[in-house]
Design a protein around this ligand. Structure first.
Ligand SMILES: [Zn+2]
Length: 104
């Protein structure tokens, strides 16, 4: 079981990512000097949107990790990233990404 805060995560006040109980997950705001303010503002909002969908993306990637298909009446599982049927290839990007997300 994952230790991260359960989704869905929502965005409040443009840059704050919160869980369903109103607890802060991430704050994408903050002040930095020497940046174009308008561009930085849009970037902070974009970052919050990306972070807010992280639990959904994680769940989807886990589902995709074993994409089932039926051949001759038997059900098989294949990784859409490395194409392997049983074990991921050692450099499979999907496997590595999921491990990263789990903190492994
Ligand atoms: Zn794979």
């Amino acid at each position: 079981m994952m230790k991260f805060t359960p989704g869905p995560w929502v965005i409040k006040h443009e840059f704050n990512v919160m869980d369903s109980k109103g607890r802060s997950v991430a704050a994408c705001g903050g002040q930095m000097q020497n940046f174009d303010v308008e561009e930085l503002h849009a970037e902070k909002i974009a970052n919050a949107h990306l972070i807010a969908v992280a639990p959904e993306m994680y769940e989807l990637l886990e589902q995709l990790e074993c994409t089932e298909y039926i051949h001759s009446g038997d059900t098989y599982c294949i990784c859409p990233s490395c194409g392997s049927e049983y074990e991921h290839n050692k450099d499979c990007r999907l496997k590595l990404l999921l491990r990263k997300a789990r903190g492994e």
